[in-house]
Design a protein around this ligand. Structure first.
Ligand SMILES: Nc1ncnc2c1ncn2[C@@H]1O[C@H](COP(=O)(O)OP(=O)(O)OP(=O)(O)O)[C@@H](O)[C@H]1O
Ligand SMILES: [Mg+2]
Length: 573
């Protein structure tokens, strides 16, 4: 073993000069122009600005300017603000719990000033303005200046004195994009404030003060995407959630947007996004990635915001509880009938509630044909009693509702109903099957035989009683009866073929995969003529489902033609 090196006689531990300490801090706080934009705009919002204007040049590498009409600073405060750990927002550590401002460290301004040519102009309501010039962390000028209440910061030549970092900056267009994204996030965090973003003298966006969140979303995420979003509002335990989630049928595998806020503060958290996606279970095609904006309100002690140098991440005390709440909240938002798709302009109407008053007497849901399937949750009265129903193209059920015309895809709707029924059977008691008078022998391929064996338990729970019968054949003794005129054996063959081929392969949960395959095969098909009674029963059962508006492939079961759209088309409004 070599001897440890001897400590030299001279002292090796030394305090870093302030300028070096600031540059090191800058490395954590300021990574690229977008971080400067973020820190400066956050300061403006903390100062109560009603309007924030940001201009960048060359992706922010040449210059970044941020002006606000916030509270501004007096001369002494302005000088002090450039000192490390000078902050007006936090006095004792306990203040950090529940802090409502973006800033609390007193690091951003000195960090930025230490790696740029920095000027600050500011005036508070007392009047006289102050201008301060700093180069690479050295204060070079403090002078009076004329300006209205508010603050303007200019950052030129970012990292001019740290060539190693400057080298790591990306192209102007990708730095511009990062600044743009940072601005969008802050503008969504504060819809009540107005924002302007200019890059290379071109206005990239401008949003007025006093907007609602959905107006702001429309302006920043675009009308097309915004029209596919459903409102979300949910509370459980220590958590309250609000925001928007995308309708499953409109989600795509690429190009989604996600935005999370906790107590008004933007943060990133892939696990929470995944928890939200879990709420889409059985309503979305595998691989589709829904857009979402979620605002969490939590008790101050529930979240620690001081765990990431650029405050991009936070830590939650009850992570599991939060993830569960997020999943439940999304499911709740998707389950409402207002989650159904609309034809034409604008978001879907409230709810495709039928025109007539609900009748008082209970109805007999599928009782005769049910073969003992688990009863759906009790329904007080038939919401469609007295409402005329029409089947068109032997495929869609159409009826008038308060808000417009409702169109239901009979196959998708029945698929949703059977999926939820099958899940109850698979995880609960199972279903009473209908014994066949004459057991049927079915010949299968090797793969199908294996599939029957692998899914024997599930098959029997939904009502198929199957027995092996030498070689590739099986004998079917009993079958489910999910509807009138159900061809159980045809369904069995299709189901087993699907299982052998691994249909719904993208689904993670084995029981759900089985239930979806069964539902798809057992449901009425497009082209099946339905009696009026069958239509009524199908709709009544659909409306007692957990997620009525979505089928198991990520498509809509219900489409509305809003009255408003009709009136618009016919020039009545
Ligand atoms: N645009 C502004 N308007 C008014 N006061 C400002 C503005 N920008 C900064 N200040 C003042 O300067 C102080 C220092 O700002 P700085 O961003 O360095 O720290 P902070 O915001 O307190 O904390 P953090 O480092 O977490 O951002 C702030 O606490 C605030 O009092
Ligand atoms: Mg700050």
């Amino acid at each position: 073993m070599p001897a440890p090196p001897r400590a030299p006689a001279t002292r090796r531990v030394q305090l870093l000069p302030d300028a070096v300490a600031d540059q090191i801090a800058a490395g954590e706080v300021v990574e690229r122009p977008a971080s400067v934009v973020k820190e400066l705009v956050e300061n403006s919002l903390d100062a109560g600005a009603r309007h924030v204007r940001v201009e960048i040049e060359n992706g922010g590498k040449t210059s970044i300017g941020v002006s606000d009409d916030g509270a501004g600073m007096g001369r002494d405060d302005a000088v002090l603000a450039l000192d490390r750990h000078a902050t007006s927002k936090l006095h004792v550590l306990a203040d950090l719990v529940g802090i409502a401002t973006f800033g609390f460290r007193g690091e951003a301004l000195p960090a930025i000033a230490s790696v740029s040519r920095f000027t600050l102009q500011t005036a508070d309501e007392a009047g006289e303005g102050t201008e301060i010039g700093v180069t690479g962390g050295r204060v070079e000028r403090v002078a009076p200046c004329a300006r209205q209440r508010g603050t303007t910061v200019h950052v030129r030549g970012l990292f001019f004195n740290v060539p190693a970092r400057r080298k790591f900056l990306r192209s102007a267009s990708s730095e511009t994009r990062a600044c743009h994204d940072a601005m969008v996030t802050l503008a969504l965090a504060h819809p009540e404030a107005g924002f302007e973003f200019h890059a290379d003298q071109v206005c990239r966006f401008q949003v007025p003060a006093g907007q609602t969140l959905s107006e702001r979303l429309r302006a920043l995420w675009g009308r097309e995407l915004s029209d596919t979003l459903l409102p979300l509002a949910f509370a459980a335990g220590a958590f309250r959630l609000s925001g928007f989630v995308q309708r499953p049928a409109d989600a795509r595998p690429t190009g989604r947007r996600t935005q999370l806020f906790v107590n008004g503060r933007p943060f990133r958290d892939a696990f929470l996004v995944r928890a939200a996606e879990a709420g889409y279970r059985s309503a979305i095609a595998p691989g589709d990635r829904p857009s979402m904006l979620l605002r969490l309100e939590v008790q101050p002690g529930e979240v620690d915001v001081n765990v990431h140098p650029a405050k991009l991440e936070v830590r939650f005390r009850d992570r599991i509880g939060l993830e569960r709440t997020v999943e439940d909240a999304v499911r709740h938002a998707l389950g409402g009938l207002e989650a159904s798709a609309a034809l034409g302009a604008g978001p879907a109407a409230e709810f495709p509630r039928p025109m007539a008053e609900p009748a008082a007497e209970a109805i007999d849901l599928f009782a005769a044909d049910e073969g003992g399937h688990a009863a759906p949750p009790a329904l007080a009265g038939d919401p469609l009693a007295g409402v005329p129903l029409m089947q068109v193209f032997d495929t869609y059920i159409v009826y008038p509702a308060e808000q417009g015309v409702v169109i239901v895809d009979q196959h998708s709707a029945h698929e949703r109903v059977l999926f939820e029924t099958a899940m109850r059977e698979l995880t609960g008691q199972g279903s009473a099957a209908q014994r066949l008078l004459m057991p049927e022998t079915v010949d299968l391929t090797d793969e199908e035989r294996d599939a029957v064996e692998a899914h024997g338990e599930q098959l029997s729970r939904v009502g198929f009683e199957v027995e092996a019968f030498g070689g590739r054949s099986v004998v079917v003794h009993a079958v489910p009866s999910p509807r009138a005129r159900f061809d159980a054996l045809a369904c069995f063959r299709e189901l087993v073929a699907d299982l052998a081929r691994g249909r719904f392969g993208g689904w993670a949960n084995r029981l759900e995969r089985f239930a979806a395959t069964y539902a798809c095969r057992a449901a009425v098909k497009a082209g099946d003529r339905l009696s009026e009674r069958e239509m009524r029963e199908l709709l009544a059962r659909l409306f007692t489902c957990e997620l009525p508006p979505h089928d198991v492939h990520g498509r809509s079961t219900i489409v509305q033609l809003p009255l408003e759209e009709l009136e618009r088309r016919f020039g009545r409004r």
